[in-house]
Ligand binder design. Structure first.
Ligand code: NAI
Length: 326
């Protein structure tokens, strides 16, 4: 079995290398999968992709023509794959859960960094500047956090917030009754939350869930956290919210146009995306580069589940983590 990996980084090679054997061989490509690069998969039965690869209908047809049988996502979200188009052509499998803790903990790390100005303090003390001017934060204890999406990651984040003594409100299209969460409407959540954290998938329903209108419904000074998918937020509307001082802070691990920049080193270059550049320039915006998943535990789980998914499809014809043919 030959697997072509797209958009690979050194940590991908590291976590997958122990699965290489006389039966399984890997071809690692740094480039992302798209219609111009799909031909690199020639000779491989399996293509393994990540969040910013593009598996549109056109790309799927190309892979099918090349004889690819399985498209294995080494991630949970699959908004970058035309799953319907793949039906009856290529099996699509994903890793539904690898470490909800990794993402939820990163979300809290971003929140604490932002509201306690750790990012500013770190740079100051590195330069032997021990002034505290401008570093005043606020307590999380007693604040209200609104969690949108109470699936695997959202639930862990809810527990973490409860540990800080916060009041938790939630909105989910399919609320769960087993975790004692106070569900409210989206508008109620917007109006009552000091902090809003996004943990729902990107769908037609949720695209630009945070937009100019929803921001107007939020409390002045609200802190917005997004470790889910970039397009949940209309970035230009967020920028306006920051400029008007209505939004107190934003922590973004994802960004709608991230596929052109995230995971690459653009230091020393001029970044073309004015919205991203302006957001990054704000003192109350923290951007990480789709890093929330990146823990040793998550990488190990991603590798083992991906290999198991592929083996199940190729050897048994079925896999519980298949996204189509269900
Ligand atoms: P999950 O499927 O366990 O939970 C998603 C929740 O969102 C479910 O409870 C679902 O009912 C809810 N939901 C669906 N449609 C909704 C809507 N229209 N409005 C409100 N809620 C809705 O997914 P999980 O594992 O918790 O992941 C959440 C998201 O986190 C993923 O979709 C993915 O985009 C993102 N993610 C980001 C990572 C990163 O490194 N930054 C890593 C892994 C996932």
């Amino acid at each position: 079995m030959k697997i072509a990996f797209f958009d690979t980084k050194p940590y991908d090679k590291e976590s997958f290398k122990k699965y290489e054997s006389s039966d399984i061989s890997f071809k690692f490509f740094e480039t992302k999968l798209n219609i111009d690069t799909a031909d690199l998969a020639r000779g491989c039965e399996v293509v393994c992709i990540f969040v910013n690869d593009t598996a549109s209908g056109e790309v799927i047809d190309k892979l099918y023509e090349l004889g690819v049988k399985v498209l294995a996502l080494r991630c949970a979200g699959y908004n970058n794959v035309d799953v319907k188009h793949a039906h009856k052509k290529i099996h699509v499998v994903h890793v539904p859960a690898y470490s909800p803790y990794a993402v939820a903990e990163h979300t809290m790390a971003l929140l604490l960094t932002s509201i306690r100005r750790i990012h500013k303090a770190y740079i100051r003390t590195k330069d032997f500047n021990f002034s505290l001017a401008g570093l005043t934060g606020f307590d999380l204890y007693g604040k209200t956090v609104g969690v949108i999406g109470t699936g695997k990651i959202g639930r862990v984040f809810v527990d973490i917030c409860r540990g800080f003594g916060m009041r938790v409100l939630a909105y989910d299209k399919y609320p769960s009754d087993d975790i004692g969460i106070e569900y409210v409407s989206l508008d109620e959540l917007f109006a009552a939350s000091d902090i809003i954290s996004l943990h729902c998938p990107l769908t037609r329903d949720t695209k630009h869930l945070i937009n100019g209108d929803s921001i107007k419904k939020m409390k002045k000074g609200v802190v917005i956290l997004n470790t889910s998918r970039g397009a949940l937020i209309d970035a230009d509307a967020l920028l306006e919210g920051i400029k008007s001082r209505h939004v107190g802070a934003a922590c973004l691990d994802v960004y709608e146009e991230e596929s052109d920049v995230f995971f690459e080193d653009f230091s020393g270059h001029i970044v073309d995306d004015d919205t991203l550049a302006r957001l990054i320039s704000m003192p109350n915006v923290i951007v990480t580069s789709h890093q929330a998943f990146l823990t040793e535990e998550a990488l190990a789980n991603i590798a083992s589940t991906t290999i198991e998914n592929v083996k199940q499809i190729l050897y048994n014809g079925v896999c519980q983590n298949e996204l189509c043919f269900l």
